[in-house]
Every structure is written in C-alpha cells, then in structure tokens.
Ligand binder design. Structure first.
Ligand code: NAP
Length: 321
C-alpha cells in the first residue's frame, strides 16, 4: 500500500511535470492542484506519459476554505508549492496580480497546514531573482536579498513567510532557491527555449532573424529534470532548510546565442539587439554556490551549460514537427 502522498501545486508547469514523474518513480501517490479544471495544460504530463497516473483537482490557492478541504481529505505527507505567476517580464506588466497570487497562496497553504497537521512537509519554490542587485559572487544562501522586479519581490516575500512559519511554528518547510533551469517543457516565452526554437526556425528558413533584448547580462542556467531531484531530496531531510540550486557558473546570453547559432550554422549577424526589449531594471551577472546542496543533500549535478544546451537542442529538434 502507498503511504507516501504528495500534493503538487503548479503541476501543469515545467517543474510540476518533472517532479510528478520523479515522485511516481519513488512510489508516491500524487495529487496535482490546478486553477481551472476545464483548461488544464496537460502537455508536460502527457509528454512524460504520466497523465493517467496522477490525480488532478481544481483548487484556487486563494480560496483558503477549499484548500483546507482538499488538504484535509487527501492527507498528504508532503506538499510541493510550485504554482506561481513565474514570468519576470509579465510581472512588470501585472505587478499587483503577481504579488497577490505569489504571496497570499503561500500564506493560505501554510496557515492550512498549521491548522490541519503541522508535520506535513512543505517545499517552496523560491527564486534566485530574489537576490537582484548582487554585491558579491558567487551568491550563497546567506547573500542579501535585493529584488529588482515585482516577481522577485513577491518571491522574496513568500520566502520570508516560509522562514517565519518554520521558525515560529516548528514546521518542516524548505525553500529551494532555484536559478534558471531549462528543459523541453519550458514555456516558449522564456529566454533559452525562445532562442533554441527560433534559431531552429532560422536554420530551416522559416524565420529571418533573432530579435533580443540585453544579451550582455550573464546568468547561471541548469537542467530542470535534475533540479527537481533537489526539491525531492530537501523533503527527505530530517531538518528543513533553504538551499541554492544552481550550476555554479554563469554565461553571457550573447555567448549562449552564439553557441546555439554555431551548432545550427547560423551567422552571428542574424542576432539583432533591440533596446525596446530591455527591462526597466536588470541584474548584470549572477551565479550561485551549490556546495550546501551537494554536500548536505548529496545532490549530484555536474552538467556544464554547453552540455545542457546540447541536450535541449537535441530534444527540440527531435520533437519539431
Ligand atoms: P511554469 O512552467 O511557469 O509553471 C507555473 C505553474 O504555476 C503552472 O502550473 C501554472 O498553471 C501555475 N500558475 C500560474 N499562475 C497561477 C495562478 N494564478 N493560480 C494557480 N496556478 C498558477 O513554472 P516552472 O518553471 O515550472 O517553475 C515552478 C516554480 O519555480 C514557480 O513558482 C517559479 O516561479 C519557480 N522558479 C522557476 C525557475 C525556473 O527557472 N524555471 C527558477 C526559480 C524559481 P497554469 O498551467 O494554469 O498556467
């Protein structure tokens, strides 16, 4: 009989799908919460061939009464909170909606767990964007937060809410502070996915050029299926804590684009920079130190960014129609 039961919010997203697969592989019963049962994006779950192996339930995370009933009925051992308005770009356009959902949903989840059973383990999807204006590199778990976008502010607020509940109510809450991580399941609007998809189109003569914003900034990118392993490992620890999950190295977006272009035989001059695509505030460089995750969690991550890009390009080409 199964006794390991997990709820995943945001199961329709990139991480939700990979995490559901990992939990099923570890004999968990999985319940995914979605905002609207009539318009669920099943792409990730279908791609990983697990759609029929998870239960899906509609539950607005802003409705604390409904949330209470769902958690009480399912009686999970672990809750992974991945649901969020996750786009920095979109958060500049819709700051209030982003802040409201990304923070109140976390309060509702934690209040409900506290009330029902504060031994339920809770994972919060925090973000490297919280660090924003960085003074010292590499970033560590102790670096100061200085968020530079409404998204980052919402994630920082949720992050501190989690720490507060952990410290005040002795709850098993861990925050994974994840740096950018990519996969075939990434939404098309996110940078790496967009670069690879559009570059393939250029190489096939279906698109003329690649229009980009500020590509002189540097970021730390990793591979999503490996990053969800760290989430799972955090929930298996006796003592909850916060962990940076990152590759440990950054790359200039320009170099990333040129690498993809070279692999696909595209001349560099087809990459066009538009100042109109620059963000109101931008982080210049960020990369993290993953020592704590590697030593405490035994998280095994050795992929270099170019190996990750090779995997992503290969999978995208394989699936292109
Ligand atoms: P994603 O693909 O954008 O998925 C986000 C999930 O949240 C989707 O299932 C989406 O549901 C759900 N969601 C969004 N707005 C919602 C709302 N108002 N009500 C209910 N559900 C809502 O994101 P991801 O890449 O898997 O990331 C998972 C989590 O990690 C997010 O919290 C993200 O902010 C965080 N994170 C991601 C990265 C990264 O590089 N991927 C880095 C750091 C932190 P729908 O399908 O209905 O839209």
């Amino acid at each position: 009989m199964l006794n390991k039961k997990a709820i995943i919010t945001g199961i329709s997203g990139q991480d939700g799908a990979y995490l559901a697969k990992l939990l099923l592989d570890n004999d968990y019963e999985v319940l995914g919460l979605v905002r609207n049962i009539n318009v669920v994006n099943y792409f990730g779950l279908e791609y990983l061939k697990i759609k029929d192996k998870v239960a899906i339930l509609e539950c607005d995370l802003l409705d604390i009464n409904k949330l209470h009933d769902v958690i009480f009925d399912f009686n999970p051992t672990e809750i992974y909170n991945l649901a969020a308005q996750s786009s920095v770009h979109y958060s500049f356009k819709f700051p209030i909606e982003t802040f409201h959902f990304n923070t109140i949903s976390v309060y509702n989840l934690l209040e409900t767990i506290k009330k029902i059973n504060n031994e339920i383990k809770f994972y919060q999807a925090s973000s490297s964007e919280m660090f924003g204006r960085v003074n010292n590199l590499p970033i560590s778990e102790n670096s100061i937060l200085h968020p530079l976008s409404p998204y980052a502010i919402s994630k920082a607020s949720a992050h501190f809410t989690c720490i507060h509940y952990r410290e005040s109510y002795n709850m098993h809450i861990s925050c994974g502070i994840l740096f950018n991580h990519e996969s075939y399941l990434r939404q098309d609007t996110f940078f790496v996915k967009k670069i690879i998809r559009e570059s393939i189109k250029i190489s096939k003569g279906e698109q003329k050029e690649l229009l980009v914003g500020n590509i002189d900034i540097k970021r730390d990118f990793g591979y999503a299926p490996k990053y969800v392993e760290a989430m799972f490992l955090m929930m298996q620890q006796e003592i909850p804590s916060d962990y940076l999950i990152c590759s440990g190295k950054s790359i200039a977006l320009r170099d990333l684009i040129y690498y993809v272009f070279e692999k696909l035989n595209i001349p560099k001059n087809l990459c066009i920079v538009s100042k109109e695509l620059y963000r109101p505030a931008e982080i210049e460089d960020m990369y993290g130190d993953n020592t704590k995750a590697k030593t405490t969690l035994n998280w095994n991550y050795n992929l270099a960014i170019f190996e990750t890009l090779d995997l992503l390009i290969e999978e995208e080409i394989k699936n292109i129609n």
